[in-house]
Structures are given as C-alpha cells and as structure tokens.
Design a protein around this ligand. Structure first.
Ligand code: MN
Ligand code: MN
Ligand code: MN
Length: 283
C-alpha cells in the first residue's frame, strides 16, 4: 500500500516537544499519518513507547533522532532514520552531546546569574526535566519566572547568539554524526536546510560534504518552506543525488502552521527517502 501521508520529523517530551510519545501517536492516527518517525533531539528515549503505540494504531514507525552537529561554526541538524538503538557508536554520540548540552546550560545559568537572574536555579530545574536538556526548556522556565514574555522573547533577551547569557554551541562536527548514524544502520537526512541562513554556495558545499560523509537525504518538504525554497531544496537533492524527506518538525499542538503529517508526494525527479528505506511509495 502506498503512503499518502507521512511524517519523518516530529518531537515528543523526551526532547523539546510538549506531547508524550503516546499523545503524539494518537494525534498522528487522528491525522491519518501512515508512517511516522520520532526524531527527538539527541535521544531515542521515546521511540520504544512510540513504536508500541504505532503498532496499536497500524502506523508504520521508524526509530529516529535529530542529531546536533557543527559545521563551520554553525549548528546543523541531521535526522537519523531507522536507527538501531543498541548500536554503541550511536549511543556514545548521543551521550556525548547530551553531556555537552547540560554543560552549556550550566554555563548559561552562570551568565544569567551575572545578569541578576536566578540562573543556577532555573538551569537546575531545566536539567531535572525529562529527556534531552535544551535551551527551549530554559526559555520556558524564564517565561514562567516572569523574566520573558514568551520563549521567543527569552531567546531575544538572553539566550540567542550575541545576547547577555549566550554561550556558543560546543557540538562535534557532522562527520561523527554521519558515522554514528551509518554505524547504527540508519539513513542520515540533512534537516531543514533552508533554515541555516547559508549562502547558496555554502549550502552546496555543506550538501557535498554531507553526501561525501555518507548522508542519504535532504528535507525537501516542510511546513513554512516557501515555494522558492522548496524548489531550491529539490534541485540540491537532485544535484547531489540525495533522497527527499518530508516532515513537520512538530513540537506542540496549537501551532496551526506546523501540523503533524505531510503529503508523501515529492517534487519531480527527487527520489523519496521511503524508496531508500525499502518502504512503499506515494501514489
Ligand atoms: Mn526542537
Ligand atoms: Mn532542527
Ligand atoms: Mn526538529
């Protein structure tokens, strides 16, 4: 049976999403998603529960994660699809980055203290939450504490690059992320390429390096991608022989412009990542 609606990029509360894996899968079922990948940042912690729940609803499921990496000083996200959770190289990479995430939050806490905010306390609370520690957790706590209007404001005031409590990202390069995904039997997909604010030339260089390191796909269909960006991403996919992937990057309900589930059909001439995964194709 061909898939009509799939989602290969979604988050649960095991990273910075708001729903449990069970709630996420229930929403996916409601939205008639037929193939789902749970892609929490630097963890596979929610995948077992999501897989169980998907089986109950007759949804095909891929163990997955969105790995954080650095390229030329920028943060780059790489989605690993169909990962073996028991692969040691992957577990080591995820553990390394989660440790770096915690360390970075502690450094941000110190800076917030210097700005007169209860930074250490807020960071301790963020680190006590379930799953991968992220700056979004801290941003939400800054809002709860009355130190920002909303999460965007928290980033604008304190956390974004160049702001008072900013700490540069310490992530390892894309090579080790690609190697860890490959060692876990997965396919690596370059996430939301349009969001890195790279020049067309630099984005081509990133794609070339990504492909060279074993990358398999590129996200070519995401909500909020302009038709112009979508055409650019499709042409990059064709040029570098990267398969096309699509997902919502869903984090929480109530954002009508980022709904869970995408149409599985991809632009002309782009090989669907489902084909590389040996799964059914869009009609
Ligand atoms: Mn996120
Ligand atoms: Mn991302
Ligand atoms: Mn994401």
């Amino acid at each position: 049976m061909a898939y009509e609606r799939i989602d290969l990029h979604a988050h649960s509360h095991f990273s910075d999403g708001m729903l449990s894996p069970e709630e996420l899968v229930a929403l996916a079922a409601q939205r008639k998603v037929q193939l789902l990948a749970l892609t929490d940042h630097d963890t596979l912690a929610g995948c077992e529960a999501a897989a169980r729940e998907c089986a109950r609803h007759g949804i095909d499921f891929l163990h997955a994660s969105e790995l954080t990496a650095a390229w030329r000083g920028r943060e780059i996200h790489i989605v690993g699809l169909r990962l073996d959770p028991a692969a040691p190289a992957l577990a080591a990479r995820l553990q390394l980055v989660c440790g770096q995430r915690a360390e970075r939050l502690r450094a941000i806490g110190e800076r917030l203290e210097r700005c007169g905010l209860p930074g250490n306390e807020l960071v301790a609370a963020a680190l006590a939450e379930r799953g991968t520690p992220t700056r979004l957790h801290l941003a939400r706590l800054l809002v709860e504490g009355g130190h920002a209007r909303d999460a965007d404001d928290a980033f604008d005031r304190w956390l974004a690059a160049g702001r008072a409590a900013a700490v540069p990202p310490p992530w390892p390069g894309i090579g080790t992320a690609l190697a860890a995904i490959t060692a876990a039997g997965g396919l690596a997909v370059l996430a939301h390429p349009q969001r890195y604010q790279l020049s067309p030339g630099a984005l081509r260089e990133l794609c070339a390096e990504f492909r060279e390191g074993g990358g398999a796909g590129l996200e070519v269909s995401l909500p909020g991608m302009s038709p112009k960006d979508a055409a650019r991403m499709a042409s990059l996919a064709r040029r570098f022989e990267l398969a096309g992937s699509c997902g919502s990057d869903f984090h929480l309900p109530g954002l009508p412009w980022r709904p869970l589930g995408r149409f599985a059909k991809l632009p002309e001439g782009v090989v669907p990542i489902t084909e590389r995964l040996g799964l059914p194709q869009a009609p």
